[in-house]
Unconditional design. Sequence first.
Length: 200
Amino acid sequence: MTKLTVNIVKELLENLDCSLLKKPEKDKGKRGKALEKELGIPNTTCLTDLSDGELKSYKIGETIAITQLNHCLVDIIDKNLDFEETKVFEKMKCVIYVAYDKDGSFINWKIVNLDDNNDHYKKIKEDYEFIRDKINLAYNEKKLLTTITGPNKVLQIRTKASINVKTNQYPKLIYNDQILKDKYMAFYLCSSYGKELFND
């Protein structure tokens, strides 16, 4: 299936009255899925929603999930890739952010590119490298991971897991047979970043 491009979704958003979309219920995932359906973005297991970028919808004041940590560990631990070669960069290099207020009403949307060494790029890269180093340190010292927030307070990792109804347990974060956490974790953008996107 051919993916849409950022420019195509931009045109669709320019002609879509997002304020008329049904307000989301408690499940945060439903809001994003409803918007993707409205824009014709298929729900797949691909790394990015679009051929050249990503769509992220969120409520102001909440963190923004980027991607699960478990499939990034090979980039961090075994390959020690530069930020620009990682899955996190791939997910964030061009993002259409769609913001809602606390009541679920549409605020606005904005495209952010991590290019030309802009401020977004510098802060996210520095935070990623800080978190990467902390993960490697914990792995090498055989310690469990905790929530780690970068020095710019833009990027962080923290738990993101659903309990297995069959076992009544959370899935453990394991890499190379080593338990890194008693629950899955994910990369997030801190809530302050989402607020600042629509303050300038």
